[in-house]
Design a protein around this ligand. Sequence first.
Ligand code: SF4
Length: 302
Amino acid sequence: MRYLSDVLKEEYGEKIYKLSLSSGCTCPNRDGTVGTGGCTFCSEGGSGDFAAAFAPIPQQIREAQARIRQKTDARRFIAYFQSFTNTYGDVDRLKRLYEETIRREDVVALSIGTRPDCLGDEVMEMLFSLNKEKPVWVELGLQTAHDDTAKRVNRGYDLGCFEAAYARLKAAGLTVILHLIFGLPGESREDMLDSVRYIAALKPQADGVKLQMLHVLKGTELARQYEEKPFPLLSMEEYTDLIAESVRILPEDMVIHRMTGDGPRKLLIAPLWTTDKKRVLNTLRRKLANTVPNREKEDRRP
Ligand code: SF4
């Protein structure tokens, strides 16, 4: 297992910070093109509640950098377009926006969150050409490898759609990062680990993974369902056990981009233990310390 912060430090010789930016896109799963209402867990901010409001890129970057530099001496950044579907919309406009961003000296890479059903030919050409200038990471919110769960949370595409998009992205040489959510309604521990095993077995291998606990956020369909009929959520012990087990399952050279989620506190309904980040990280550190040596032992077997 490799942590993103270590990988970036190794590659760039300094700590690299993320700028949360907005591309001004919406999402086809919210505007009626694919579905309405969006994924049941998705907040009004399009699963990117820390992103800046849409504004000209130089202004967004200036403001995001100023916030980071209040606490650090950050020099170089990854431009992260997380909220909504950042390849959905007028491709010429998006191309101009991403070119303007990637060509800045202080930006080392572009990270674009999107859906597998929003990667048509024109978009692929744009990503391919941007990737020639600097690394482009494409982040896909897979969340689960189970189509029945995907239907339950209204994800709006099936595994076949994901697999076709994944193959095209990898064939084009892009860096692909996959997101999984643990604790989706109706999923057992084994279902969640099946999704991890699915990612671990993908060929060619995924470049990175983001693992996150399900957050029930105010104003979402999930919150309405939870209030109507509360469903079980993972405890901190269960979640951290799952992370440790995932680390054992995933290929050793896969980069872990995230193991905890930063749900916006003002929107969070449950589970409230996720707000105690220090406790979660300490528990994780303890469990991972026991996990990695076991794995090394296994790997040395003939
Ligand atoms: S695809 Fe992303 S932005 Fe769209 S509804 Fe789902 S989580 Fe929200």
